[in-house]
Design a protein around this ligand. Structure first.
Ligand code: COA
Length: 260
């Protein structure tokens, strides 16, 4: 597919999606959000893709936020629509994909950039990365899920401090607070994410999709995560992957999951 603002590269069973607006520090404008939606939808529908890595182009930024130039003159209703559309097309969409999405945070992840990283299933950062939700310094609040996902990851008190101060934390602090899982040098970032993606791809993609749904269920209003887990656990027994996984174990061989 032909994209203007993103690059999609596929190696074996892993897709690397790179947000490619380095001169704007990869800020998310409307077009980029639409292209990301299309790319993720396409990759989710491709049975050969077992994991997706998302990163930013250049050495400076993952994503420096929503594109401020696009919403500076918005009205109340336009502001609400901006958040609602973005959440639906990108942030909630990514979180609820059954294909695992790893954020490779290679530099600034601010505002919508950190919100995008937090919507991914987990995050690995390079040691130069800096993360924050600076929205209140612009007179708005985080609108792409940041007020909800940041407390889930770092706890309410730390989230409140980060949101209220509009400050940035470095990679080391992000690791200590649980915002990212590992920190490596910039050179090692993509190789590590690719290694994790390859490890993921050895497992049942059907079971992984159900596990993502079960974990997410616990964070949804009005959904009982334990009940969701029971349902999804039961459903696993009806899959070809389950038959292959258990048979391979009993036959003392490596499973070759059909992904069904
Ligand atoms: N929206 C639109 N453009 C952005 C942007 C954003 N969120 N973040 C950076 N840019 C643009 C800058 O306007 C500049 O464009 P220009 O060269 O055409 O003037 C370019 O990216 C480079 O950014 P610059 O500010 O010159 O880089 P810096 O190294 O001095 O500072 C940051 C880096 C990240 C500290 C700074 O760009 C910044 O504070 N960005 C906004 C972060 C933010 O508030 N995000 C939340 C938005 S809700």
């Amino acid at each position: 597919m032909d994209y203007q603002n993103i690059l999609v590269e596929i190696t074996s069973t892993t897709a690397i999606v790179t947000i490619n607006r380095p001169s704007k520090l990869n800020a998310l404008n409307r077009e980029t959000i639409n292209e990301l939606h299309e790319a993720f939808k396409h990759l989710e529908g491709d049975g050969n893709i077992k994991a997706i890595i998302i990163t930013g182009s250049g050495e400076k930024a993952f994503v420096a936020g929503a594109d401020i130039s696009e919403f500076a003159d918005f009205s109340v209703s336009e502001g609400g629509a901006l958040a609602a559309n973005g959440q639906e097309l990108l942030f909630d969409f990514v979180e609820n994909l059954s294909t695992p999405v790893i954020a490779a945070v290679n530099g600034f992840a601010l505002g919508g950039g950190l919100e995008l990283a937090m919507a991914c299933h987990f995050r690995i950062a390079s040691d130069n990365a800096r993360m924050g939700l600076p929205e209140v310094s612009l007179g708005v609040i985080p609108g792409y899920g940041g007020t909800q996902r940041l407390p889930q990851l770092v706890g309410k008190g730390m989230a409140m401090e980060m949101i209220m101060t509009a400050g940035m934390i470095n990679a080391e602090k992000a690791l200590a607070t649980g915002l990212v899982n590992q920190v490596v040098s910039q050179d090692e970032l993509l190789p590590l994410c690719e290694k994790l993606a390859a490890k993921i791809s050895n497992n049942s993609s059907v079971a992984i999709g159900k596990a993502i749904e079960a974990v997410n269920s616990g964070f949804k209003d009005g959904v009982d995560g334990y009940q969701a887990e029971i349902r999804l656990f039961g459903e696993s027994f009806g899959t070809e992957d389950f038959k292959e996984g258990t048979t391979a174990f009993l036959e003392k061989r490596k499973a070759d999951f059909p992904g069904r």
